[in-house]
Design a binder for this molecule. Structure first.
Ligand code: MN
Ligand code: MN
Length: 464
């Protein structure tokens, strides 16, 4: 066989992942970097689900989207957003195609992220310092959250029902907060323990003050001083913590990583690196389909509750849209398609042992499709049909999307789940698709700008 025909045979028969940066044109590279700037601004503005919801609504309103309420009439071309309890939002466009035949095109992502939540009776003083007690949210390595600057975000519902928004530690000049760790000089015993015991849950106390109240010589005066400041700033007293929802999140801003700026470091790429492309795809592009970008809450703790995707509100919304369009919801959902858009683990050569390289997502090789997730023999996984995977594959091929498939780690190395199975349970074809992340669930995670942009391009192909 000649070298030439061997090359032809290789091109025809062999599959090889492509690095998006490598195959992107100069113009496309420029787009990759430009798109990342909007994303970084979103990350800094939207560190909690409440903030992400608020920013999404603001961006939608700026583009002429209006609020939808159950029972409202809907017409082809309408641009709407539906807010659920200030913590999740569905942005949607009503398409011209027949809903019963065409169904919805759904991109489902989440806007909650692992963090440190403040307890209901949190404030105490010890050793001349005031602290807030916490209960962590989502799957974290607790030791990673010590000795870094933290910001406090959230809402306090005062006794009279007024809601106070809290956001401290983000602006230049703001104070930040802190969870302390032991100095190495005294850390011998600590360091010989298991990593999940190095710092335990009840040690994740957030340092919030150190100034005793003037002319107060009794113990408890640092706490009292903090309360006086909270009264002055927010009009709240200690009892108001009972109906507060406050979270400590890393105070870092999103930054480029690397001399070449190929990567982005930030808190909470999981899953805003999918939510932002989902949002901007639907906000900025028309479609003949009825397209929904779902930005939901509580994924990190099992998608439960009134704002998690298991809540009936999302099914109700889809049924209401169907009704408003004179369509039978059962027929609509039977023809609907969903990309469950959540992150996956990027292959990390520094921890190669937990990955199976052939089936891991490689950084910058594009957004990654996980046919299945789960653990121990695909348990609790959606495991999408090959037919649907084939259909999505054709959409991406037609649009020239650089993408890859992925499995989260070696068989039996661990595992994880997404919202995919809950959407699929509604009789909607669903597959996972999202950006590979380095150091997922750490206070600062890393993604590739190329993968972010690939994810966006994939959503546009799906909406076509
Ligand atoms: Mn996620
Ligand atoms: Mn997660």
């Amino acid at each position: 066989m000649s070298e030439k025909s061997k090359k032809g045979l290789k091109d025809e028969l062999l599959y090889k992942k492509k690095n998006y940066y490598e195959v992107a044109s100069e113009e496309e590279r420029r787009q990759i970097f430009a798109y990342a700037e909007g994303y970084k601004a979103f990350l800094d503005a939207a560190k909690t689900e409440r903030e992400a919801c608020e920013v999404a609504v603001r961006l939608a309103a700026e583009r002429g989207f209006t609020e939808y309420r159950f029972g409202d009439a809907l017409h082809a071309g309408d641009k709407k957003y539906f807010v659920n309890r200030n913590k999740s939002v569905v942005v949607f466009r009503v398409g011209s195609r027949d809903l019963e035949e065409d169904g919805f095109r759904i991109i489902a992502s989440h806007i909650d992220a692992p963090r440190i939540d403040i307890k209901q009776n949190p404030l105490y003083e010890d050793g001349g310092m005031a602290f807030l007690k916490t209960h962590y949210y989502g799957g974290i390595k607790k030791y990673q959250w010590t000795a870094i600057p933290l910001a406090l975000h959230g809402a306090v519902i005062l006794k009279d029902g007024r809601k106070i928004d809290v956001r401290v530690g983000e602006e230049d000049g703001d104070p930040v907060f802190y969870i302390d760790d032991l100095l190495p000089h005294l850390g011998g015993e600590q360091m010989s323990g298991k990593a999940d015991k190095i710092v335990e849950g009840e040690q994740l106390n957030v340092l919030v003050g150190g100034l005793p109240m003037a002319e107060e010589d009794e113990s408890g005066s640092v706490k009292l001083n903090v309360l006086a400041l909270l009264k002055e700033k927010y009009g709240m007293c200690e009892e108001d913590f009972l109906s507060a929802e406050l979270s400590a999140v890393p105070a870092y801003h999103a930054r480029d990583v690397g001399f070449d700026r190929a990567l982005i470091g930030a808190y909470g790429h999981d899953d805003r690196v999918c939510a932002y492309p989902a949002l901007t795809a639907v906000l900025d592009h028309e479609s003949e389909h009825t397209v929904l970008a779902m930005l939901v809450d509580k994924e990190e703790i099992g998608s439960e509750g009134t704002t998690g995707i298991q809540c009936k509100v999302y099914e109700d919304l889809m049924e209401e849209i169907s009704l408003a369009r004179g369509a039978n919801f059962r027929k609509v959902r039977a023809h609907s398609k969903c990309l469950s858009s959540d992150v996956t683990a990027a292959y990390d050569p520094n921890f190669a042992g937990v990955y199976e390289k052939m089936n891991s997502a490689m950084i910058s090789c594009g957004t990654a499709m996980c046919k299945f997730t789960g653990a121990r023999g695909k348990s609790s996984s959606n495991d999408a049909n090959a037919e649907f995977v084939g259909e999505v594959r054709r959409m991406f091929a037609e649009a020239g999307v650089v993408w890859q498939t992925a499995e989260l780690g070696k068989v039996d190395a661990g595992g994880g789940g997404t919202v995919a199975k809950y959407v699929a349970n509604l009789n909607i074809d669903t597959v996972d698709l999202g950006v590979p992340v380095i150091s997922m669930h750490a206070p600062w995670e890393v993604v590739s700008k190329a993968d972010l942009y690939s994810n966006y391009r994939a959503f546009l192909a799906f909406m076509k």
